[in-house]
Design a protein around this ligand. Structure first.
Ligand code: NAD
Ligand code: UD1
Length: 336
């Protein structure tokens, strides 16, 4: 069975390609390499000892997509391709709406045209906004404070309309919590360009000496130690959730959302401590001001994914830090 993976050279996409290949699927990647490099895909092949096919193609390129669907005849799509920097999305909203929403609509049109109506979509816990925690899939979503998050909400709504118009679609909306960690080979991992926005890549660049110190965004939240609480999930656990979702969409039609998280909350200081333990050195950090738009705490109720997909997270934060650190040490200058 062939799976088309948009954004397959990216952080989560590459780890998912490894799991798909290991499970015996044929993989076709569509990526424009805006935030990744083709060398990542060589490393996916090295890890698995299997070949994949890739196209340097933008998901907004309808003609390009049509050719790929005609040539490779994928039975399902996993759709990761998108821009994801929250701060940038507030400065460049039209870029985000064009890339994420126009790109997704173009992809769905190409799928419909090819008769491929099975899709797993990378959504985000951000769609829950200010709901009480833990987040559950049946909560009202969409109270989102930034354009990036709105693109996730809108694409979920668009897929809902697509399904309502044609019940032969099979759609899985995976709402990721905070993916961190790396493949244990150290060959692939999170490799952001420039100064990282997210916590874990920032920590590992401080630990390796590329950045001077981490600023903890706020120490005065109403949480156990004053710092924000998040639900961190190992990227390999997250990748495996896609296999479960692919099995589900190939078995049945419908549209369902699933929380993909650990179901546990860890503070920023918990993560710093866990990282210090595995790296064996103290991390240089200061407690600074709150970051605009941050919620004090959120984590998943992941019981639906457990029940309906047969998926649950295996790895703890120590393993997440260990694998991040291993990747960082083996790739001090990233993947070229
Ligand atoms: P990433 O940037 O590492 O990967 C995205 C990939 O998509 C990159 O390889 C990029 O080059 C490609 N891409 C972007 N726009 C494209 C386009 N128009 N055409 C073709 N390819 C394009 O990001 P990631 O962390 O792997 O995230 C994957 C998906 O998961 C994204 O949709 C993201 O919004 C979503 N998500 C990520 C997180 C997270 O914390 N990493 C959390 C929730 C949701
Ligand atoms: C952010 C996005 C979210 C997106 C997710 C994954 C915001 C408000 N939310 O989530 O929409 O889905 O990334 O891309 O940007 N922190 C520090 N110092 C740092 C960096 C982070 O203290 O230098 C703290 C943050 O305040 C937060 C935690 O670490 O409490 C995790 O931050 P981050 O990795 O950016 O993820 P989120 O904010 O949860």
């Amino acid at each position: 069975m062939t799976i088309l993976v948009t954004g397959g050279a990216g952080y989560i996409g590459s780890h998912t390609c490894v799991e798909l290949l290991n499970a015996g699927y044929d993989v076709v990647v569509v990526d424009n390499f805006y935030n990744s490099v083709p060398a990542v895909l060589d490393r996916v092949e090295k890890i698995t000892g299997k070949k994949l096919k890739y196209y340097d193609c933008d998901i907004r390129d309808r003609e390009g997509l049509d050719k790929i669907f005609a040539e490779d005849k994928p039975e399902a799509v996993i759709h990761f391709a998108g821009l994801k920097a929250v701060g940038e999305s507030s400065k460049l909203p039209l870029l985000y709406y064009d890339n994420n929403i126009s790109g997704s609509v173009t992809l769905f049109e190409a799928m419909e045209n090819a008769g491929c109506k099975k899709i797993v979509f990378s959504s985000s816990a951000t769609v829950y906004g200010n709901n009480p925690i833990p987040y559950k899939e049946d909560m009202v979503t969409g109270d989102v404070s930034n354009p990036y998050g709105r693109t996730k909400h809108f694409i979920e709504q668009i897929l809902g309309d697509v399904y309502n118009a044609d019940n032969s679609w099979s759609i899985s909306l995976l709402r990721y919590f905070n993916p961190i960690g790396a493949h244990e080979s150290g060959l692939i991992g999170e490799d952001p360009n420039g100064i990282p926005n997210n916590l874990m890549p920032y920590i590992s660049r401080v630990a390796i000496g590329k950045l001077e110190k981490l600023t903890v965004f706020g120490g005065d939240y109403d949480t156990k130690d004053g710092t924000c609480i998040r639900d961190y999930i190992h990227v390999v656990d997250l990748a495996k959730a896609h296999l479960c979702a692919v099995r589900k969409i190939t078995d049945s039609t419908g549209i369902e959302a699933y929380n993909i998280g650990n179901g546990k909350g860890y503070s920023v200081l918990d993560i710093i401590r866990a990282f210090e333990k595995v790296s064996g050195s103290p991390l240089n950090y200061v407690i600074g001001d709150r970051r605009a738009g941050d919620l004090p705490a959120f984590y998943a109720d992941a019981s639906k994914a457990n029940r309906e997909l047969g998926w649950s997270a295996e790895y703890d934060i120590e393993k997440m830090c260990e694998d991040t650190w291993n990747f960082q040490k083996k790739n001090p200058d990233g993947i070229k």
